[in-house]
Design a protein around this ligand. Structure first.
Ligand SMILES: Nc1nc2c(ncn2[C@@H]2O[C@H](COP(=O)(O)OP(=O)(O)OP(=O)(O)O)[C@@H](O)[C@H]2O)c(=O)[nH]1
Ligand SMILES: [Mg+2]
Length: 296
């Protein structure tokens, strides 16, 4: 049997979280068209007859502007150190400066690298993949290069096979029925954050955190779950953006969140959402560690 850790790394928005979800066939990590959304190392566990892959999704690798960003960058390094195989992800349009910077960093660790070229569905001509694969092989040492579309689930089977072929022999690292290490309250917070982030633009998505205050069974209906949560922003004027005209945006975020929460929890959900300002929370580890950002 094969088993080991695989770390997915890459610049923001290349599709790392989409990739971990499609490798697993279920969602462990939130996805957004906005960049710099994943904040922690998210573990998902894939089991098959061949063995077990412990997959780590990581925050996007980028220039750091605040304390949260610095913690996120440490998280990436920690998960590279932990990995048996590192999977740098680039987009099918080719190598960008930030991708090269990431390669310079991961080269310092003595690990096997499988390059994933994601978003191949966006290529107008399939032929342009061959020169990109050739170029990648010339520039860096990859044990394999796998073009995929994480969004359209293309070539994901091949990637799993490729990962297994490079993993060491070993027993399962986690029980077979374990899917992730993410605690329930964090999963709930992330679902709400995904909806809030996807309803906002520009610099707002990165300024949002979600704090779950209470999860309890309903008073009358025990099959119902009552969830109280705060959408936290880091300055006063963003509060109004989240709430929207006559509360319309907050209402929409709540509706979308509740829908997904009911599916994930398998219960009816009563969701009470508030918007709260905690000034400059991204500069305050004492605060953002309480939200779950940092080591897990
Ligand atoms: N067309 C296309 N879009 C994709 C593909 N994979 C991901 N995306 C989109 O790319 C955007 C970013 O996806 P994420 O999975 O959140 O990217 P990420 O690398 O995890 O981003 P950060 O966590 O912010 O670093 C989303 O809008 C996805 O739907 C793909 O194969 N094809
Ligand atoms: Mg992500």
């Amino acid at each position: 049997m094969k088993s080991g850790y695989v770390s997915i790394v890459g610049k923001p928005n290349v599709g790392k979280s989409t990739l971990i979800n499609s490798l697993l066939n279920y969602k462990v990590s939130i996805v957004s068209p906005r960049p710099a959304i994943t904040r922690i190392r998210v573990l998902g566990i894939y089991n098959s007859e061949e063995g077990q892959i412990a997959i780590l999704d990581t925050p996007g690798f980028e220039n750091v502007q605040n304390e949260l960003g610095r913690v996120m960058q440490k998280t990436i390094i920690a998960s590279i150190e932990e990995a048996d195989i590192v999977i740098p992800v680039i987009e099918s349009r080719g190598w960008q400066t930030e991708d090269e910077r990431i390669m310079e960093t991961i080269k310092k660790f003595n690990k096997r690298h499988i390059l994933v070229i994601n978003k191949v569905d966006l290529l107008p001509h399939k032929e342009s993949l061959l020169p990109l694969i050739k170029e990648s092989n010339e520039r860096y040492e990859f044990v394999d290069i796998v073009p995929v579309s994480a969004l359209k689930n293309k070539n994901i089977d091949t990637l799993r096979k490729c990962i297994f072929s490079h993993l060491p022999e070993g027993d399962r690292l986690f029980p077979e029925d374990m899917k992730t290490n993410i605690p329930l309250h964090y999963t709930i917070a992330e679902i709400i954050r995904e909806k809030a982030v996807n309803k906002t633009y520009q610099e707002v998505p990165q300024a949002i955190a979600v704090e779950v205050e209470e999860i309890k069974p309903g008073n009358k209906d025990k099959n119902m779950m009552v969830i109280k949560a705060n959408i936290v922003v880091d300055r006063e004027n963003l509060k109004h953006i989240i709430i929207g005209k006559n509360g319309s945006k907050l209402k929409e975020i709540g509706q979308f969140s509740r829908k997904e929460l009911e599916i994930v929890l398998g219960k009816k959900v009563y969701l009470e959402l508030w918007v709260k300002v905690i000034k400059d929370w991204r500069e305050r580890p004492d605060i953002f560690r309480k939200f779950g950002y940092g080591d897990m």
